[in-house]
Design a protein around this ligand. Structure first.
Ligand code: ASP
Length: 438
């Protein structure tokens, strides 16, 4: 029988009412046999996330400040959840153990991971499913790097013994058994690892939105939901700023070719967004999948006569960046020009030194710095090999009187990136959306 792994985010498990919804969702489909919970998240926009409070407890201990009050808020949340769900279990000994360990100087990772751990215990009790501690099935090596091989071997063996199980998200264990977490939002990664571990047919990621939107709703009013996209399109969009799913969570399922469906716990009948393998045939419709973008880039434009025949120019330029520990986004070039497009965060405090080194080592005729650039990616595999796409995009921008400072089309033709002035960013996104979607 086919298997679905369902991961639920913090808002889906924020209180007993939400957890009941999760229970109903799991009951509604017998294929949902493995569940990965986050820690309780915010119940209202001004509420606190349990994970944040746990980190706070740890910081208090580090500063030798009493943390009883903060811990009391955490304990209260769990006690309320257990009570409101009408469960017989006693969560107090678990809370006391966590408190004792934090007081005794346990690591920040240990403290933070307990949010998922405790929530997992409660969910397992409610569902009557087995609890499998993530520390027993997810492993990191001695450098703290996720050990995919060991995890895959141990997890698939272990979970084959449980027809239904709850595996808390966000953490695993180091070789010595100490707890190690993924980066923030990392329960998405756990869900993907479990999906691969059990050879799932589908990884459902339940959150509080009905899928990915085609554009940022703060810029485009009521953008449409993306019904289906490939892993690669998702990667392009999330790299350029769109967020719903933790970036690293794509890789385990992508490797195994397991589709991911983003679903809304508060509107389970909504179809959500399906992320499919890159191999799916592209519909050559000219339609786009989504638009994403980021601000705060700087362009360093370098000009030198006969640059095109100067052997090693590009290598020397890029090694200046490497030596200064700067990664770049794009390098548009012409016959005698080469530009570096770099995120401002990368250049911070280093710009003058980089310019000096370029002048000294490459002796350019001119070098100019243009700050305040924004990049916008228009992504869609339906655009590939379809004539007229670029013209539509640039016409839309021209009609709005927007000056395009840079153009870059990825070799896969699923992405056209344009650079515009930061002040034109929002207008540009709206213009592109209107041209392709409305
Ligand atoms: N609870 C963790 C966090 O807040 C992990 C997660 O929710 O995915 O980052």
């Amino acid at each position: 029988m086919s298997i679905t792994v369902a991961k639920f985010g913090g808002t889906s498990l924020a209180d007993a009412n939400q957890i009941r919804k999760v229970q109903n969702i799991l009951k509604a489909d017998a294929k949902r046999r493995y569940v990965v919970p986050s820690a309780p998240g915010k119940r209202t926009p001004s509420d606190q996330k349990i994970t944040d409070l746990l980190y706070l407890c740890h910081t208090h201990v580090q500063q030798s400040v009493p943390f009883d009050d903060v811990f009391q808020i955490i304990a209260q949340r769990y006690l309320e959840i257990v009570r409101d769900l009408g469960l017989q279990m006693d969560i107090r000994p678990h809370l006391e153990e966590v408190k004792r360990n934090i007081a005794a100087g346990a690591s920040a990772d240990y403290a933070a991971s307990r949010g998922e751990y405790l929530n997992g215990l409660i969910l397992a009790e409610l569902l009557g499913w087995d609890f499998v501690d993530a520390a027993e099935v997810i492993f990191f090596d001695e450098h703290g790097i996720f050990d995919s091989e060991k995890t895959q071997a141990v997890m698939s063996e272990r979970l084959s013994k449980h027809s239904h199980a709850v595996i808390p998200g966000f953490y695993g264990a180091l070789p010595g058994g100490e707890i190690k977490t993924f980066s923030r939002g990392g329960s998405d990664i756990t869900g993907a690892i479990v999906a691969r571990g059990v050879g799932a047919d589908l990884y459902e990621n339940w959150t509080d939105v009905s899928g990915f939107l085609m554009a940022d709703p703060r810029i485009v009013p009521n953008p449409k939901t993306i019904q289906q996209l490939t892993y690669r399109e998702l990667r392009e969009l999330s790299y350029m700023g769109a967020s719903v799913l933790h970036e690293e969570s794509i890789f385990p399922v992508r490797e195994a070719g397991i589709p991911v469906r983003i679903k809304n716990t508060n509107a389970p009948e909504d179809p959500g967004t399906l992320i499919v393998r890159d191999l799916e045939p592209a519909p050559k419709t000219g339609a786009i999948t989504g638009i994403a973008g980021r601000k705060d880039f700087t362009v360093i434009a370098i000009e030198k006569a006969l640059m095109n025949i100067e052997l090693g120019f590009g290598r020397k330029l890029l090694s200046i960046l490497e030596v200064n520990n700067i990664s770049f986004e794009h390098i548009p070039s012409g016959i005698d020009t080469m530009s570096l497009v770099i995120a401002d965060a990368q250049l911070k405090g280093k710009l003058d030194r980089v310019l000096d080194e370029i002048r000294r080592e490459l002796k350019p005729d001119s070098i100019e710095v243009h700050p305040n650039m924004a990049l916008i990616a228009t992504v869609g595999r339906g655009m590939a090999y379809t004539p007229g796409i670029a013209s539509k995009l640039f016409t839309a921008l021209a009609k709005e009187n927007i000056n395009v400072r840079m153009i870059n089309q990825g070799s896969s033709e699923i992405n056209i990136i344009v650079g515009v002035e930061t002040e034109d960013f929002e207008r540009s996104v709206r213009a592109i959306y209107a041209a392709f979607v409305d």
